[in-house]
Design a protein around this ligand. Structure first.
Ligand code: SF4
Length: 556
């Protein structure tokens, strides 16, 4: 952390210099007063408390403890006002209008905030590109499938007019934040952001095409040995683990659970209450830490739980796989799991529904049994109470008779989220579910990783195409997330002309101008609507915004 910003004595300049909405985002603390980022309840899911108490009894520190020690967060970086683009810096801009107002090179607040936004988007695109490569799919180095397939004609026409279609894999080498060079290049930069969104969607489409050819999803064995993957390991390592398991697991079957940048089709998504740190408190027998895992502290935590951690490092795949299986088998044999310990479960367990068929959706729409659809995608973030905002949005969507599609790590928790919503809505949800049963639909369905976004986009685009003069309202919300690749998915959906609601405070709003431009200019290019504000609304206020979109029938 570089520096903590506190309100300067000349607060009159703050009042004068910033727009009211943006100023709400700049409530920096005086020493000893409440920090801008609050310490809060850890999870909205009551069942998580068992795991939290078990971790406390063990003396294991989870991510919330580390988050609290970071408070108050650095105000320059959390507003996108620090720049590390070159080695004359790092530079920072005073958020209150005081000096410094320019970087060494002369870049101002808007240019530096735009650079932060652009770099975060590029990083997200690269995360997904690497994930596609790790899938080991044939043709990963070939060009993208035609991303305009599955889009509404209106959106395809808009994007073609903007010159961003067709999109090719090599286009990633040509995009840049020209606005940093000169503000006269704004439209070029916004076009390049749109192009980045489409490039990202191209990578997702490439993975989606490959996954259609992937073998059937793995089976869960309740008495099996449980291996948790943090991050994404190469597909070849998964194959090696399966081979070694047949020889070294003492006749037991092995369950491979994933929690990483993207779930692998060859492993099961873990219903882990939102974090692999919590999953370690379930009956996990070994942890494999991939080179792209986002939890540098997880090996030390695994040590606390007595769970062996294995690196997918430079050894041969067979050596790594053999070590993982031997250690996991030993742990399963020797570890004493208390009967009360929550068992790790796959998200796909039981009767988890996948995406519905277009025909059934259309029938429900025509009969008036559903009024729209809401896609909720993301992963829990320590800055917010886990799943609180997701639950608020689910509640609002279902009350408006919109179907809810949960994806990403939110999709992996659909059973717990569904149970919590049933508790909150009671008879209302039961009645909606009974009405939908006529169409073979359920109020809440889940899909997998971002690689399934192309299927979701095709489904809702077809729905819209068939809804005549009253377009079906569809909102894609990202209520909680921390990964750059999830932000890139949001940019993709905006680029495809969707209404996109953001429920995490974005680190770009040090420029009130940029916050405004993102709303107005992006809509002009793609037709998409960006629902995000410098001051993140409370979950219920954001749920009301979602409900208003559905009511107005202007979700998309
Ligand atoms: S503001 Fe300019 S000089 Fe400073 S780090 Fe960024 S690019 Fe370099």
């Amino acid at each position: 952390m570089e520096q903590t910003a506190e309100r300067p004595a000349r607060s009159d300049r703050c009042r004068d210099g910033l727009a009211t909405a943006a100023a709400a985002a700049y409530r920096f603390s005086r020493k000893g007063s409440e920090p801008m980022e609050r310490i809060h309840k850890k999870s909205a899911l009551a069942e998580t408390s068992t795991l939290l108490l078990a971790a406390r009894d063990l003396g294991a520190e989870l991510l919330w403890g580390r988050y609290e020690r970071q408070l108050p967060l650095c105000a320059f970086t959390s507003n996108g006002l620090s720049c590390r683009k070159c080695f004359q810096g790092p530079c920072r801009i005073n958020p209150f209008g005081d000096e410094p107002s320019l970087g060494v090179c002369g870049a101002d607040r808007d240019q530096i905030a735009m650079e932060t936004l652009f770099q975060a988007t590029v990083e997200g695109v690269m995360e997904s590109a690497r994930a596609v490569r790790l899938l080991g799919v044939a043709g990963a180095d070939e060009d993208f499938p035609d991303v305009s397939r599955g889009l509404s004609p209106e959106t395809a026409e808009r994007l073609s007019k903007a010159g961003v279609l067709p999109v090719k894999r090599d286009d990633v080498l040509g995009v840049q934040n020209s606005f940093f060079s000169h503000k006269g290049y704004l439209s070029q930069t916004l076009n390049d952001l749109t192009r980045l969104g489409l490039i990202h969607y191209g990578f997702l489409s490439q993975a989606a095409a490959a996954l259609k050819r992937a073998p059937a999803r793995p089976t869960f064995y309740p008495d099996g040995i449980n291996v948790l993957l943090a991050g994404q390991v190469p597909a070849e390592l998964i194959q090696a683990i399966r081979q070694e398991a047949a020889q070294r697991a003492g006749g037991k079957r092995v369950n491979l659970f994933a929690q990483g940048t993207h779930g692998s089709p060859f492993a099961m998504a873990a219903a882990d209450h939102g974090s692999p740190e919590l999953a370690l408190g379930m009956n996990v027998d070994a942890l494999i830490v991939a080179s792209n895992a986002s939890w540098p502290g997880i090996e030390a935590l695994a040590g606390k739980y007595g769970v062996p951690a294995i690196l997918a490092d430079g050894r041969s795949l067979c050596e790594t796989a053999a070590e993982a299986i031997e250690q996991a088998a030993r742990h399963a044999r020797d570890a004493l799991h208390e009967p009360s310990v929550e068992k790790i479960q796959p998200a796909e367990a039981g009767d988890a529904p996948g995406l519905p068929h277009e025909r059934e959706l259309r029938r429900a729409l025509q009969s008036g049994r559903i009024a729209g659809a809401v896609v909720l995608f993301g992963e829990a973030n320590a800055k917010q109470t886990f799943f609180e905002r997701t639950l608020a949005l689910m509640d609002a969507a279902l009350a408006e008779r919109a179907l809810v599609f949960l994806g990403g790590d939110l999709g992996a928790q659909h059973a717990a989220l569904g149970a919590e919503i049933a508790r909150r809505q009671g008879a209302q949800l039961t009645a909606f579910a009974a009405a939908l049963a006529e169409d073979g639909l359920r109020p809440i369905t889940s899909f997998g990783s971002a690689f399934e976004f192309p299927s979701v986009v095709s489904l809702v685009s077809a729905l819209r195409a068939g809804s005549g003069s009253h377009p079906t309202p569809v909102v894609v919300a990202f209520p909680e997330f921390f990964r750059a690749s999830t932000w890139a998915s949001a940019v993709s959906l905006l680029s495809l002309g969707f209404t996109v609601q953001i429920g995490t405070r974005l680190p770009f709003w040090g420029s009130p101008w940029l916050a405004g431009a993102m709303k107005t200019e992006w809509q002009k290019i793609t037709g998409g609507t960006f629902l995000a504000d410098p001051a993140l609304p409370e979950p219920r206020a954001q749920a009301a915004e979602l409900a208003a979109r559905l009511k107005a029938g202007t979700g998309r």
